[in-house]
Design a protein around this ligand. Structure first.
Ligand code: UDP
Ligand code: MG
Length: 341
């Protein structure tokens, strides 16, 4: 029996209705790759082997996210050897866009999202498949051990989830990543969402469906290095916050009201002090400090407004989230996807 922890238990509909009559599995594996020349060939071969044990009908979509190393050459060789469809994006758009490109082109009745660096254990494919057969539409890996990460990253992560989940109707399960098994229903729902700048973790939660978590301990990255710097993660977190919560906008009204009330009380006190006790008007240091404090607070609130306005501007331009420069190889699967919008 597989152990699962269900973050959604308190938010989501009841347990699944037992074994479902699922159609035979036809699996699309989406593998985003950015500078993975050392990992890609070995990984795709290992993945193909693991998947063959589940079903003969599968495709592997390798999405090259504008790599600067030999990833392209490696992928072109894989196309000759395995049922690999290779999509090369026209530049580095980031992992979220690479995943979207994969989901958009996947044909199977299940889409598996998995990293190219061996961090997502292939042994989990069998339990994922079993949970899908039991009726879950989305199975996602949850990292149970972040010991390998720096203190700053862990602190930032916990702060981020705290903010994201405060007063928001869409709850993000902490430590859930992009290692996911998506039923065709879920993939089509994700495809139909119109936004261009995609914060995938938020979107998975937003679409809902019957979802279950599968805890796992990630392996170490096999070769190469993480494509995410602390700065990348920061801007990803900002994208997540601005697309999924308006809390940062709302706090300013509360702060503003609080400050106004305080100012009123302080003004009344000064007035009384002067009228009743005839104290001279003093206190320019209070004035100077107060002015500087509130100038700072105002600039901060304008900055946060600006983040949201920038997001709106990005979306109204309606530029596609990614462009495909090359589309190589053929998929052996017939197309199950809903037609594009
Ligand atoms: N990746 C990508 N575009 C990027 C950065 C990363 O497609 O701009 C891919 C990368 O090749 C890997 C997966 O996303 O398959 C996870 O990236 P990484 O291992 O760098 O992230 P981490 O595991 O450190 O979160
Ligand atoms: Mg990794």
């Amino acid at each position: 029996m597989v152990t699962t922890t269900d973050f959604y238990a308190e938010y989501a509909p009841a347990a699944p209705p037992g074994e479902l009559p699922r159609a035979p599995l036809r699996l699309s594996c989406v593998v985003p790759a950015y500078n993975e020349q050392a990992n890609l060939a070995g990984f795709v071969q290992a993945l193909a082997q693991a998947v063959q044990a589940l079903t003969p009908d599968f495709e592997i979509l390798v999405v090259n996210d504008g790599s600067r190393d030999g990833t392209h050459e490696v992928a072109m060789q894989l196309v000759q050897q395995l049922p690999v469809r290779y999509l090369a994006l026209s530049r580095n758009y980031g992992k979220e866009a690479a995943l979207s490109a994969g989901i958009d082109h996947a044909r199977g009745n299940v889409v598996l999202l998995i990293d190219a660096d061996f961090q997502h254990p292939l042994e989990l494919l069998v339990p994922m498949r079993d949970l899908w057969l039991q009726g879950y539409d989305m199975v996602y890996g949850v990292i149970v051990d972040r010991a390998g990460e720096s203190g700053t990253k862990r602190l930032g992560t916990s702060l981020f989830y705290r903010l994201m989940n405060s007063g928001n109707s869409v709850k993000l399960p902490p430590n859930a990543g992009d290692f996911r098994w998506l039923d065709r229903k879920v993939a089509d729902a994700l495809k139909a969402l119109p936004e261009r700048h995609r914060f995938m973790k938020g979107l998975y939660a937003w679409v809902g469906f019957k979802t279950v978590a599968l805890p796992f301990v990630p392996h170490d990255r096999m070769a190469g290095q993480s494509g995410f710097s602390l700065r990348n993660l920061g801007s990803l977190a900002l994208l997540g916050l601005t697309s999924f919560t308006t809390l940062p906008l709302r706090v300013w009204s509360v702060i503003g009201a609080g400050v106004a009330l305080l100012a009123l009380a302080y003004g009344a006190w000064i007035l009384l002090d002067t009228l009743l006790f005839g104290v001279d008007l003093e206190g320019w240091p209070t004035l100077a400090a107060g002015m500087m404090l509130f100038a700072g607070v105002q600039l901060m609130s304008i900055g946060i407004l600006g983040e949201y306005i920038g997001r709106i501007y990005d979306e109204v331009k309606q530029r596609p989230g990614y462009l495909i420069a090359r589309d190589e190889g053929r998929s052996p699967l017939r197309d199950d996807a809903a037609p594009p919008r």
